[in-house]
Design a protein around this ligand. Structure first.
Ligand code: 6GU
Length: 238
């Protein structure tokens, strides 16, 4: 079973999301073991302090080496970890392929830091992978860590109830999704496209594909260009 250890100074922030939805399902079904660790439990300070002022000033607090080294070394004494992941805005972008790679690992640690960061020595000697989840600023690494966990867990084979949705997603990896509808077919005069009600599976797939291409071209021209490139590559290979 895959094991994910989350380390945070505000562990309560992590609890509700991992106890719900797909992640809960996957945990209950025994596909993944997710453990949350309170960094304060590892502080040797009498007030359980885990951070301190930055050398050279500059405001904000920086996670101290002591509790982080003690926590991670303690975990590493019990399990073999493939990666120690650190979500941070000053890092390369986290992408679907990274989630795919992590979903095939056995044990990973995700260290959640403050916005101002963690002592550089933690990054130099403990962290093996760093990622940003986008070009905006968040106050801590907890939400990015949850984003990563969700993206990983839903890829673990069997973990997702509807196996087809994960599959169709990876087929669609390069394009955005087509619009989806549910009943009723007529809601306040707004109608579900005729083709989706036709029951013609082949035509429906063709329609979805066309819609996905149109949507991608319109809202993500960068992804659309990749798609066109990819299509041309495949044509040359044949
Ligand atoms: Cl990984 N952390 C923080 N604090 N802010 C972010 C981020 C990560 N990715 C984008 N913004």
């Amino acid at each position: 079973m895959m094991r994910i250890d989350l380390i945070s100074a505000v562990p309560d922030v992590l609890r509700s999301p991992i106890e719900h939805s797909i992640i809960k399902r996957a945990r209950d079904a025994g596909f993944v073991d997710i453990q949350i660790h309170d960094l304060r439990d590892y502080s040797t300070d009498k007030h359980r302090k885990v951070d301190d002022y930055p050398y050279g000033g500059g405001g904000g607090m920086v996670l101290s080496p002591q509790p982080v080294f003690d926590c991670i070394e303690s975990l590493q004494g019990e399990h073999n970890y493939d990666e120690v992941v650190f979500p941070t805005p000053d890092a390369p972008a986290y992408e679907q392929q990274d989630a795919v790679n992590f979903s095939m690992k056995k044990n990973i640690i995700i260290l959640c830091g403050h916005y101002k960061g963690v002592d550089q020595r933690i990054r130099d000697s403990l962290v093996t992978k760093e990622y940003s989840i986008g070009d905006y600023v968040l106050s801590g690494g907890e939400l990015p860590a949850l984003v990563m966990v969700d993206s990983i867990v839903r890829l673990i084979p069997g973990a997702i109830g509807d196996a087809q949705s994960a599959l169709s997603d990876s087929f669609q990896e390069i394009l955005l999704g087509a619009p989806v509808y549910t009943r009723p077919a007529d809601f306040r005069g707004m109608n579900v496209p005729e083709i989706l009600q036709s029951g013609d599976h082949k035509k429906v797939e063709q329609w979805k594909h066309e819609q996905a291409i149109e949507k991608t071209k319109k809202v993500r021209p960068d992804l659309y260009e990749n798609f066109i490139q990819e299509q041309q590559n495949q044509e040359w290979q044949q």
